[in-house]
Design a protein around this ligand. Structure first.
Ligand code: 13P
Length: 266
């Protein structure tokens, strides 16, 4: 299968903070949360790019609340097919219909609970890109894998599946989020050193595969990012931003995290 490459909008050289709402929210709460986000986040643009990924049914609400604002929106998953008899699936074209520009693919909460293989994830990644969405690829290892010292092998395989199938150029204008599974929802974030070591590994892997693609690839960190650890993580030059779960449901905490991404002048 070969895909024509459609270049999504270039990702500016800003930090990116993404709210992954997971399966949380309702119309009323989303509205209140977005009201708070929008008021506080407008002054941070363009230095910090904020993207919100609500559950599918709320994409239309996000579209109406965020259109013309500094906040972009995206989905938490996408089908690996464009149209057809795929009950329960949502096509990239449908996401585009609701103004989505981004989509998370390969989140461990999906790959574990719904048995998504690396091959499946690679297909979703490429199909999303082909349709002009910017894929946000989640990669990361389990605690057992980290303790066994094979975390780079695990993340390397996740990346190589895409590289072997579509070439390193597939990573141009996309986002990878390093999300160690042991850090997600546990309150135990990776240390800056652990995150940076893996970011460097991801950088080198993609650079070896395609030295141009690395120029427009953003590498984020996700896993228990909170207002206390955000500054250290987000001010590091190797960390291009954060993918935030729990703290994105609390306006004050999320805004604080976004403020931590504003470049400080020394
Ligand atoms: P937490 O921030 O709740 O650990 O979730 C991280 C995550 O899974 C983001 O996609």
């Amino acid at each position: 299968m070969s895909f024509p490459l459609v270049s999504p909008p270039h990702l500016a050289s800003t930090k990116i903070v993404i709210a992954n709402w997971k399966m949380h929210g309702d119309l009323q709460r989303n509205q209140a949360l977005m009201h708070a986000y929008l008021q506080a986040l407008s002054p941070l643009a363009p230095e910090v790019k904020v993207i919100v990924c609500p559950p599918y049914p709320y994409l239309a609400q996000l579209q109406s609340l965020c259109q013309g604002s500094v906040v972009s929106w995206g989905a938490q998953n996408v089908a690996k097919n464009v149209i057809g008899a795929y009950t329960g699936e949502v096509s990239p074209r449908m996401l585009i219909d609701f103004g989505a520009q981004y989509v998370i693919v390969g989140h461990s909460e999906r790959s574990t609970a719904y048995c998504e293989s690396d091959e499946n994830i690679a297909e979703k990644f490429m199909l999303a890109k082909q349709h002009g969405l910017t894929p946000i690829l989640c990669v990361g290892e389990t605690l057992l894998e980290r303790e066994a010292g094979v975390m780079e092998r695990v993340v390397g395989k996740q990346l190589e599946t895409i590289i072997q199938r579509f070439g390193g150029c597939a990573f141009a204008n996309t986002i990878i989020s390093y999300e160690p599974i042991w850090a997600i929802g546990t309150g135990l974030a990776a240390s800056v050193d652990q995150a940076v070591a893996m970011h460097q590994f991801i950088h080198e892997t993609v650079k070896t595969a395609d030295s141009d693609a690395i120029q427009t690839l953003k590498i984020l960190y996700g896993g228990s990012v909170n207002p206390q650890n955000a500054l250290q993580l987000l001010q590091h030059p190797e960390i291009d931003g954060a993918l935030v779960g729990r703290c994105a449901l609390d306006a004050e905490a999320f805004i604080e995290i976004c403020k931590s991404a504003v470049p400080t002048t020394v």
